[in-house]
Design a protein around this ligand. Structure first.
Ligand code: 9MR
Length: 379
């Protein structure tokens, strides 16, 4: 299925071959995909030769995204990650606006705090993110030619992925590139799309593969989990992007399901499982990258909120495990004490949201204990 029909070269796009050629023979694509499957296996083998914590124990790694300012100000928050996580990653510190206050300057301090904490404690970390529509500094948005945008993007990836090469297990190379409602225009209108067209995704994957050959390279997005036509479309566009990257001989190792789950929505267990199996046929893995639960439509108190969260997370895990063993399950924060959800989607009665594994007093929710058991006992 080809959803992205347009030849998306825009003014200033590089004169090289289009990143996603619009016509390709499926026979040669298959050959290339088989080769890529080999490449993915090689990358996985290399990964398991890194000093592993979770792998050694044979379980699916559980991880959570951390904020460096909170790590400094709240020792109990910092300790909670050490108590519960195999993988600890920077939530915001590897984004452009954090790393690149100006074109000349790189500011790695915040990211290093978290990555060093993980490494010093034998935990893994991962990178989030290179291509994103958000968190771009003004000096990037002011770039007005494709040539310059490509130069800056490639240089950024070389510098950042290169700096952490060998220490991060994976990178979200492209984040949220698909339209919010992809039943119309499939791709999101972003700075990178406007300057480089859809080629920017391939440009980023090529640069990341060169800069850190051992990191798993991930296409990450939200709303891939639910029932409904816009969610079917999102999964279809994602599959199409994966195929197009592979047809262009680029390595895409995994798809990240963000997992910002709405407690009142239905996870499409069959469709997500089919999606994950199709990825597996292409040699592409699956992981959950930003799990949390939006409970603003759940009536009642903490017990009802946690029960609803447990249901929707259980369904997502059923879907993922029916397809393939996930590379990791990662939550977007670790405690209800600090989360983006009440700012974006507060509960109408003003009571606290309960999106994360630990409550505001750092007590594990029942669903978190069930999740940890499932990850521990996964084959
Ligand atoms: O949770 C993050 C918040 O602290 C930041 O201010 C914001 C902008 O950088 O990004 C939030 O994280 C987003 C993630 O990077 C991509 N998926 C959606 C997340 C929640 O908005």
């Amino acid at each position: 299925m080809a959803i992205l029909h347009r030849d998306v070269h825009l003014d200033g796009a590089p004169p090289s071959a289009p990143a996603f050629p619009s016509d390709h023979s499926s026979a040669s694509a298959l050959t290339r995909r088989s080769l890529l499957r080999g490449g993915a296996a090689l990358a996985a083998a290399t990964l398991s030769s890194l000093p592993p914590v979770a792998r050694a124990a044979g379980r699916v790694p559980f991880g959570a995204a951390m904020q460096s300012d909170l790590m400094q100000s709240d020792p109990a928050y910092r300790q909670a990650f050490l108590d519960h996580c195999d993988l600890i990653l920077p939530m915001n510190e590897l984004k452009w606006d954090a790393l690149r206050p100006s074109r000349e300057e790189f500011s790695f301090w915040g990211a290093d705090q978290i990555i060093d904490l993980a490494r010093a404690n034998g935990r893994r970390s991962r990178g989030h993110c290179f291509v994103w529509w958000n968190a771009l500094p003004d000096w990037v948005e002011a770039i007005d030619t494709g040539l310059e945008a490509e130069r800056v993007l490639v240089d950024h990836i070389e510098q950042v992925a290169g700096r952490y090469a060998g220490t991060l297990t994976s990178w979200d190379v492209a984040n949220e590139v698909i339209a919010n409602d992809p039943t119309g225009e499939p791709m999101r209108d972003t700075f990178w799309m406007r300057r480089l067209g859809i080629d920017h995704i391939a440009i980023a994957f090529r640069a990341a593969a060169a800069a850190d050959p051992h990191a798993r390279l991930v296409l990450n997005d939200y709303d891939l989990e639910f029932t409904g036509p816009e969610h079917d479309a999102k999964r279809a566009v994602m599959m199409d992007l994966v195929r197009r990257l592979q047809d262009h001989n680029l390595r895409v190792d995994a798809v990240g399901l963000q997992g910002h789950l709405y407690a009142e929505q239905r996870v499409d267990v069959d469709a997500v499982a089919a999606f994950g199996r199709e990825l597996q046929r292409l040699g592409v893995g699956l992981l959950v990258t930003e799990l949390d639960v939006i409970d603003w439509k759940i009536r009642g108190g903490p017990a009802e909120q946690d029960a609803a969260a447990g249901r929707v997370i259980g369904d997502l895990m059923d879907a993922v495990f029916a397809a393939q063993r996930p590379e990791a399950v990662i939550t977007w924060g670790i405690t209800d004490r600090y989360t983006w959800i009440p700012d974006a989607m507060p509960r109408p009665d003003g009571t606290p949201s309960r999106p994360l594994p630990l409550d505001a007093r750092l007590r594990p929710k029942p669903w978190f204990e069930r999740l940890q058991r499932r990850l521990r006992t996964a084959l």
